[in-house]
Ligand binder design. Structure first.
Ligand SMILES: [Zn+2]
Ligand SMILES: [Zn+2]
Length: 194
């Protein structure tokens, strides 16, 4: 019994739908259908399959091509939706931080701290959560709670060393507590992390 040159399984000439190239190399119908998506030549001898034979698979190839395109379109659509969601999330957070900064300028420290504490997630190192941590430090500094400010800011720079403003307010808080060496250490890090 001959075997299919694509899948190497037997071709039962009585029951299996099959074809051959001009040099007599047998292939199953379903194996050839897949193969024709890649090439129109026999995989063994590279002899081109007859146009007549290829035409029999035209509908199948078009359908496959269409399915491939639809899958690509779907993927693109999902990627676009994801990008839009991320952009929206970014804008919402930007607005949120702007409002908090504005309230800090107006001296509404308590209010801002309460809001930030509700938002703060101890287990997240997400960029937005780090910003929440920074603002918690800054708000407590402005409120005069230098010990708490140091607590939050130290947590922040331990997660992300590259945070100049974090070190800046950390230095300021140490300075207010009269811890000059520590303040200097923090100020030095501002330059390093810039
Ligand atoms: Zn086969
Ligand atoms: Zn062949």
């Amino acid at each position: 019994m001959p075997s299919c040159i694509i899948c190497h399984l037997n071709v039962d000439e009585n029951t299996d739908s099959h074809y051959t190239c001009n040099n007599g190399h047998p292939v199953h119908r379903y194996c050839l259908a897949e193969w024709l998506m890649h090439s129109q030549n026999c995989p063994l001898c590279s002899e081109p399959y007859s146009q007549n034979l290829i035409n029999q698979f035209k509908d199948y190839m078009e359908k496959k091509e269409q399915e491939k395109q639809e899958a690509l379109d779907k993927k693109l659509e999902l990627e676009t939706i994801k990008k839009m969601q991320e952009a929206t999330k970014k804008i919402i957070f930007q607005k949120y931080f702007e409002i908090n900064e504005k309230q800090l300028k107006q001296g509404q420290y308590e209010e801002v701290i309460e809001k930030l504490l509700n938002r703060y997630d101890e287990n997240s190192v997400d960029e937005n959560n780090l910003k929440v941590l920074f603002l918690l430090g800054k708000a407590n500094y402005l409120k005069g709670r230098y010990d708490l400010a140091i607590n939050f800011l130290f947590k922040l720079v331990k997660i992300k060393f590259d945070y100049p403003d974090g070190f800046l307010y950390l230095g300021k808080a140490y300075e207010k507590l009269g811890l000059k060496d520590k303040a200097q250490w923090a100020y030095d890090r501002v330059k390093e992390s810039k």
